[in-house]
Design a protein around this ligand. Structure first.
Ligand SMILES: Nc1nc2c(ncn2[C@@H]2O[C@H](COP(=O)(O)OP(=O)(O)OP(=O)(O)O)[C@@H](O)[C@H]2O)c(=O)[nH]1
Ligand SMILES: O=C([O-])CC(=O)C(=O)O
Ligand SMILES: [Mn+2]
Length: 611
């Protein structure tokens, strides 16, 4: 029996809310392969939300919270809690184009393998069709996508994270626009009479990208970046390949607006690896008097050159998908205010007895009883955390009280400074100003960080994470570095200054050398003052760091001596770092731009080292 003989096809052909030929034929083809019971075109309206959430509550996937307006709690399968980097593939036609940092399989082979997985995978389920746009619908070049999924949890989350629904479908239909095909299934068909589980998923997982045809196939996971395909898959992996072809940058960066006491504003973008402080910095509440910070984005920035030669950044997303643990009234009060507004989906946090959520670091006081993310009773004596370390809050960006008025500007905002940073106990100073674009690209290309719970695998191991994009570069890493260098060579470019920061350096007692969070505003102040040469810096072999007294520590319980420790450059540590950088460059191989090897040589000379 083909789909044309039963319900969904009739629905599809008779009631489809579009006559977009490519969309209709793709939806038909997927429905025939995956055999869903019905097809639902996602509208994004209130009735639909009520229906979806009621259904998910009945199925046991969601718990409705009594303490937060229109908000829900979900607990995933304990084996489906983070991005699966070892199951993530860039299926370029030529293996070389995926480069050494990506898993690769030939597109035809991957499609053959995954087609067998998708065959019948939506049996017993509804197939949802979600039209969405990353970035503004009125952008000069709107970046459309359509996600097909059998997960209503994904639908609910996509409606928060991306501009989605009827208005987008109308725009795609009216203009006949092309779109990125995003195919997703949790891979858990329901046979006749079989009851569903709360979090359907499959032990076999594939997150596959086809950069030449600009499509995404994801199977087996319902979680975050594996399943909300507009986010990392489209806006970073596929978009980075588009950006290379078109001369712009698709980056893993927050965007924030900083205004000084004189009322002058600057826009800053910053790339830190997953769970290394983007959301926190994007939502910063400055501790220094007279300074104001506002957020435009917390995870992804698309930067294109404007007619004036400046790089303009937009946040392609519509919501925040933030790490819950460590987010509290003392560390990130703006995030706490945002979730109080409502419309949230929380995943893998803990549940309080009165129908609210809790996680480690939210409050100073720990509740005496909770239900942990695995559904077990939890008390402060319990040996495991109440919330999974990669538990998340998913919240509309407009909930944030500090969202900048420009955040929704289709043309974006001009970026004056780019920050790279990672989580390093040693070696990397609190802040360094790089010596120019090529040196900044070198510092970005050699960015290093200790691994976190945001991806499955070992936590706390130092790895190179270039531009915080290691798991997200959709093509060969050496070519990606060359693209960054080329951006710097563009005629008439007025480039942002590049800085490197590290909030995570520790002293000999393993204590953080810098208080972090709101106090990072002091570092931001030094950075924007450097843009106007309004504060002092001293040269070190690795770049410029704050001169004595230049970093504003007024009111901080910290001595100049401690600041010197936080910004110190230790030649021994850098000697080891240089070896590691050489290994990293060798690993990238032939496509590593010669200019970056030269940057390494120059650094070695400045350090007075040989070899
Ligand atoms: N010590 C210290 N910890 C920080 C600082 N900023 C953030 N963190 C911690 O780092 C963790 C992750 O922070 P986030 O801001 O959520 O990281 P992110 O980069 O947005 O992570 P993804 O959403 O996974 O990309 C949280 O546990 C924070 O508490 C800081 O300035 N100092
Ligand atoms: O993609 C995800 O699952 C969550 C996220 O933002 C990250 O890991 O960087
Ligand atoms: Mn984040």
């Amino acid at each position: 029996m083909t789909l044309l003989d039963h319900g969904p096809a009739e629905d599809l052909l008779n009631n489809a809310p579009t006559d977009h030929a490519k969309l209709l034929s793709w939806v038909t083809e997927v429905a025939e392969l995956t055999t869903p019971d019905s097809i639902h075109w996602v509208t994004g309206d209130d009735n639909e939300r009520t229906q979806l959430t009621d259904e998910l509550v009945n199925a046991g996937t969601l718990v409705r919270l009594t303490k937060k307006r229109d908000s829900f709690y979900a607990a995933s399968d304990p084996d489906d809690v983070a991005r699966v980097e070892n199951r993530t593939y860039i299926c370029s036609v030529d293996e070389k184009d995926a480069g050494p940092t990506n898993n690769w399989m030939a597109p035809a082979k991957m499609k053959a393998t995954m087609s067998e997985l998708f065959r019948g995978s939506m049996t017993g389920r509804t197939m949802y069709v979600i039209p969405f746009v990353m970035g503004h619908i009125d952008a000069a070049q709107p970046m459309f996508g359509v996600e097909i999924t059998d997960s209503p949890y994904v639908v609910l989350s996509m409606l928060v994270m991306a501009r989605s629904g009827t208005s987008v479908l109308k725009a795609i239909t009216a203009t006949g626009a092309d779109f990125v095909e995003c195919l997703h299934s949790v891979g858990a068909p329901l046979q006749d009479g079989e009851t569903d589980v709360a979090w359907p998923c499959n032990t076999t997982k594939y997150i596959s990208h086809f950069p030449e045809e600009r499509s995404i196939w994801s199977f087996g996971s319902g979680y975050g970046g594996n399943a909300l395909l507009g986010k990392k898959c489209y806006s970073l992996r596929i978009a980075s390949a588009i950006a290379r072809d078109e001369g712009w940058l698709a980056e893993h960066m927050l965007i924030l607006k900083l205004t000084n006491p004189a009322g002058e504003s600057k826009f800053i973008a910053a790339a830190f690896p997953s769970a290394c402080g983007k959301t926190n910095l994007a939502m910063i509440e400055p501790t220094i008097p007279g300074w104001k910070a506002e957020m435009l984005g917390d995870d992804i920035a698309w930067m294109r050159f404007g007619p004036d030669g400046q790089l303009y950044a937009v946040n392609p997303e519509f919501g925040l998908f933030g790490v819950a643990p460590g987010t509290g009234w003392s560390t990130n009060p703006n995030a706490m205010r945002a979730i109080e507004v409502g419309g949230n989906v929380f995943t893998n946090v803990a549940l309080t007895d009165d129908g609210d959520v809790w996680w480690e670091g939210m409050t100073d006081e720990t509740p005496s009883h909770l239900t942990d993310w695995k559904g077990n009773d939890w008390t402060p004596e319990s040996e495991t955390p109440a919330a999974h370390p990669n538990s998340r809050f998913c919240t509309p960006i407009e909930n944030a009280p500090i969202v900048a008025p420009e955040w929704n500007n289709p043309n974006g905002v001009p970026i004056s400074a780019i920050l790279f940073g990672g989580r390093r106990k040693t070696t990397m100073p609190l802040v360094t100003e790089t010596l120019g674009w090529a040196h900044g690209v070198f510092m970005g290309a050699t960015l290093s960080s200790e691994t976190t719970a945001a991806a499955t695998g070992q936590v706390g191991v130092v790895r190179r994470d270039p531009m915080a994009m290691l798991p997200f570069i959709g093509y060969d890493a050496g070519n990606y570095f060359q693209h960054w260098l080329d951006v710097g060579q563009r005629d008439g470019a007025k480039l942002p200054k590049i800085f490197y920061v590290n909030w995570f350096r520790r002293d000999e007692n393993n204590k953080f050398l810098w208080p972090g969070f709101g106090e990072n505003s002091r570092v931001l102040k030094w950075i924007v003052e450097r843009l106007d040469n309004a504060t002092d810096a001293v040269e070190t072999p690795i770049g410029l760091v704050p001169a004595d007294g230049a970093l504003d520590i007024d009111g901080l319980d910290m001595s100049e001596e401690q600041v010197r420790k936080a910004v110190a450059v230790d030649v021994e540590e850098w000697n080891a770092e240089l070896d590691d950088i050489a290994n990293w460059f060798d690993y990238i191989g032939d496509t590593l731009p010669q200019e970056l090897w030269e940057q390494r040589d120059q650094l070695r000379n400045r350090l007075g080292l040989t070899g």
